[in-house]
Design a protein around this ligand. Sequence first.
Ligand SMILES: Cc1cc2nc3c(=O)[nH]c(=O)nc-3n(C[C@H](O)[C@H](O)[C@H](O)COP(=O)(O)OP(=O)(O)OC[C@H]3O[C@@H](n4cnc5c(N)ncnc54)[C@H](O)[C@@H]3O)c2cc1C
Length: 314
Amino acid sequence: MLTRLPPVRGRYTENAPLGETSWFRCGGRAEVLYKPADAEDLSNFLKGCPEDIPVTVLGVCSNVIIRDGGIKGVTIKLGGSFAEIEVDTKEGIVSAGAAALDINVATAAQRAGLAGLEFLSGIPGSVGGAVRMNAGAYGRETVDVLIEATTLDRMGQFKIYKPSEMDMSYRYNGIPENFIFTGAKFRGVADDSAAIEARMNEIKEKRAATQPVRARTGGSTFANPTPDELRAHSLPEGMKAWQMIDKVGGRGLAIGGAQMSELHCNFMLNNGNATSAELEALGEEIRRRVMEQFGYSLRWEIKRIGEFVAVGNA
Ligand SMILES: Cc1cc2nc3c(=O)[nH]c(=O)nc-3n(C[C@H](O)[C@H](O)[C@H](O)COP(=O)(O)OP(=O)(O)OC[C@H]3O[C@@H](n4cnc5c(N)ncnc54)[C@H](O)[C@@H]3O)c2cc1C
């Protein structure tokens, strides 16, 4: 396929390991991995990449199952030139490249005495992943602090979007799937650095006590039902996905090396040698049980990407 791809200043790698670089540490390879040199290089790649070649962008893979058959076409991973963070303390604006880690964005804001981005410190993803997933925690979501995001479309054209133009809601961003976020601006509010740091430490402690933060996991497996969905299914107000999973015997349930966490039963774990097919099969078993008992179809929050290989054939 390399011969069909445009020349770039960045790097192409054929048959590159991918699954093992994900938080789950399982799954296949990228047919071609492309690390762009910078945003201009990426734009030129998109302009020159034939339309029939699938293009997938990944962050740091903290919310994905890479399927065992790997990803066809070109998988893009943004590197160092997309990881810069700049803080305008006077205006209360934090500008970050899409590859910047959420924790680094939160820390830069904290050091500059800007509050409001503390919730990002507990989310182990990148800015691109946060904007795509509208990541959130402890009552705040990315959309609450986002000023604008810069995107590249499949034709390599840059465009800046405001949150109101992206139809963002709970773990959802309406921007077409094949758009790539290259950076974003966030708003902070002046506050005492030490007070912000204390709140970040609180988040860290709370997470360590309630989530398997050091495990091979992908965070919450299923999205919580929305209030409208709960009403439509006559389910109790405020019911969470984990409560349904718990009630159907999902806590600790295992298929092969895949297991629902005992500590936080909406977190799925690779206990050592799970295949991605086993992770998916476990998730589908949970969905089946929840459907049977509650008549509700749990929505995967984790993105499953790539070519499916059935359990036993991976
Ligand atoms: C221990 C743990 C705790 C977690 N806690 C939380 C939490 O509290 N709240 C929460 O919301 N999430 C949580 N997550 C999930 C995850 O960290 C977030 O969804 C995060 O925003 C994903 O970012 P990422 O860079 O890892 O994206 P990836 O997992 O690499 O990708 C996720 C999706 O975003 C897309 N994407 C990534 N980068 C870009 C880009 N530049 N342009 C366009 N699309 C892109 C990918 O194609 C994919 O569809 C947790 C995960 C773990 C492992």
